[in-house]
Design a protein around this ligand. Structure first.
Ligand code: ADP
Length: 322
C-alpha cells in the first residue's frame, strides 16, 4: 500500500479539525521550587501531557480528556486547569469518596526522583461504567490511551476499556496506544506484558519506546519491537529511541527517521508524551509519515530542553504542519 493510503477517518480528514480523546490519569505534581521545602503545584500525567501539547499545536482540534476525579478542591483545580487549556472535561466523572493522585519530585544533586500517591485515585475507576465510557468516545476520530491507563485499572475495568476500544475501532475510529511500560503499576511483568499486547491488538497506531521494550519484552533490536506490534494488527508502529533513530512501519512501508539535533538536554520528563502530540498533529491530512515523526522529534526536542512536564513551545521553530 502507498504511504498516503487512507486507513481511517483521522488520516482522511484532510486537515479538517479533528476530535481527539485521551483516556488516563492526570495527577497533582509537586515540583521543588525556590528554597528547600517549597514546592510548586501543577497537573500532569502521560496521556494528559499528550492532549495538552496537541492542543498547543492544533488549537483548532477538539481535545477531550477522559478520567475520573474527586469532588474536592484539588480535583476542582485540576478541572479548572484543563478548561483553561481548552481541553474538554464534560466526560470526566467524579467520585465523592476519592481524590486525584499525586506525585512529588525530589532533587538530590540535580537528579530527580519521584514519589507517587495514586493507589486510591479516582482515575482508577474511569472504566467502571461501560455506558459512560462508550459515550465518552462515541463522537471521537482518535482515541488515545497508554500502558499507564491500563495499569491503574482492575482486570475487569481493563477488559471494559479494551472492549470499548475494539468496538470504536470496528466503527471506523482510529485507536492509538503508547505502551508506556511501568512495572510498578502491575502485579507482575508478565501481567503487564500480556495486557500491553492485548491493548496493541485493538490499536491502529502503537507508539512504544525502545529502551523499555527491550527491558521488559527482551527485544533484541528496535525492529524486533516494531515487528512484535505489527504482528498483532497495528497499521502504524513508530518506535521512539531517545536520541537515536526512530523506526516506523506505516501502511506496509518500513523506514527510519533521525531526530534533528537538539540543544542542551535539561529534563527528559514527557519526552515521549510530547513526541506523540507532534506525531498526531503531523499525521493528520495524509502527510508523509516522515514529516509527522520529524514534527514529533521537534516538539520533544523543545520539551527536553526545559524543566517540567508541560512547558511552552516555540511554534516558530516547529516545521509547518501539513
Ligand atoms: P520516552 O520518554 O517515552 O522514553 P524517548 O526517550 O524514546 O521516549 O524519547 C522520545 C523522543 O524524544 C525521541 O524520539 C526524541 O525525539 C526525543 N528525545 C528523547 N531523549 C532525547 C535525547 N537525549 N536527545 C535528543 N532527543 C531526545
Amino acid at each position: 500500500m502507498a504511504d498516503s493510503t487512507p486507513t481511517n477517518p483521522f488520516i482522511t480528514r484532510g486537515g479538517a479539525p479533528g476530535r481527539f480523546t485521551a483516556i488516563g490519569e492526570c495527577m497533582v505534581e509537586m515540583a521543588p521550587a525556590g528554597s528547600s521545602g517549597q514546592f510548586q503545584m501543577g497537573f500532569a500525567g502521560d496521556t494528559y501531557n499528550t492532549a495538552w501539547y496537541l492542543k498547543q499545536i492544533r488549537p483548532e482540534w477538539a481535545l477531550r480528556y477522559v478520567t475520573r476525579v474527586g469532588t474536592d478542591a484539588a480535583s476542582g483545580a485540576m478541572l479548572a486547569q484543563m478548561s483553561e487549556a481548552k481541553i474538554e472535561t464534560h466526560h470526566i466523572g467524579q467520585s465523592a469518596e476519592r481524590s486525584v493522585g499525586l506525585y512529588l519530585i525530589s532533587l538530590n544533586d540535580g537528579e530527580r526522583s519521584f514519589s507517587y500517591w495514586r493507589d486510591q485515585s479516582a482515575a482508577r475507576q474511569l472504566a467502571d461504567d461501560p455506558a459512560a465510557l462508550a459515550a465518552s468516545v462515541a463522537d471521537s476520530d482518535v482515541i488515545y490511551f497508554s500502558g499507564i491507563t491500563l495499569g491503574i485499572l482492575t482486570p475487569k475495568a481493563r477488559e471494559t476499556l479494551l472492549e470499548t476500544l475494539a468496538a470504536a475501532r470496528a466503527a471506523g475510529k482510529t485507536t492509538a496506544f503508547d505502551s508506556n511500560l511501568r512495572p510498578r503499576l502491575w502485579g507482575s511483568e508478565t501481567e503487564m506484558c500480556d495486557a500491553v499486547m492485548h491493548a496493541a491488538a485493538v490499536s491502529d497506531i502503537v507508539l512504544p519506546s525502545y529502551d523499555d521494550e527491550a527491558s521488559y519484552f527482551g527485544d533484541e533490536s528496535i525492529d524486533a519491537t516494531r515487528d512484535r506490534y505489527l504482528k498483532v494488527g497495528a497499521t502504524t508502529v513508530v518506535v521512539k529511541n531517545g536520541p537515536g533513530t526512530v523506526h516506523y512501519a506505516h501502511n506496509g512501508k518500513l523506514g527510519e527517521v533521525s531526530p534533528p539535533p537538539v540543544g542542551e538536554v535539561v529534563d527528559t520528563t514527557a519526552a515521549g508524551d510530547s513526541f506523540n502530540a507532534g506525531f498526531f498533529a503531523g499525521i493528520a491530512g495524509a502527510a508523509p509519515i516522515e514529516a509527522a515523526i520529524t514534527l514529533g522529534c521537534q516538539v520533544s526536542g523543545q520539551v527536553i530542553g526545559q524543566r517540567g512536564a508541560l512547558v511552552p513551545l516555540d511554534h516558530d521553530k516547529l516545521a509547518k504542519k501539513p
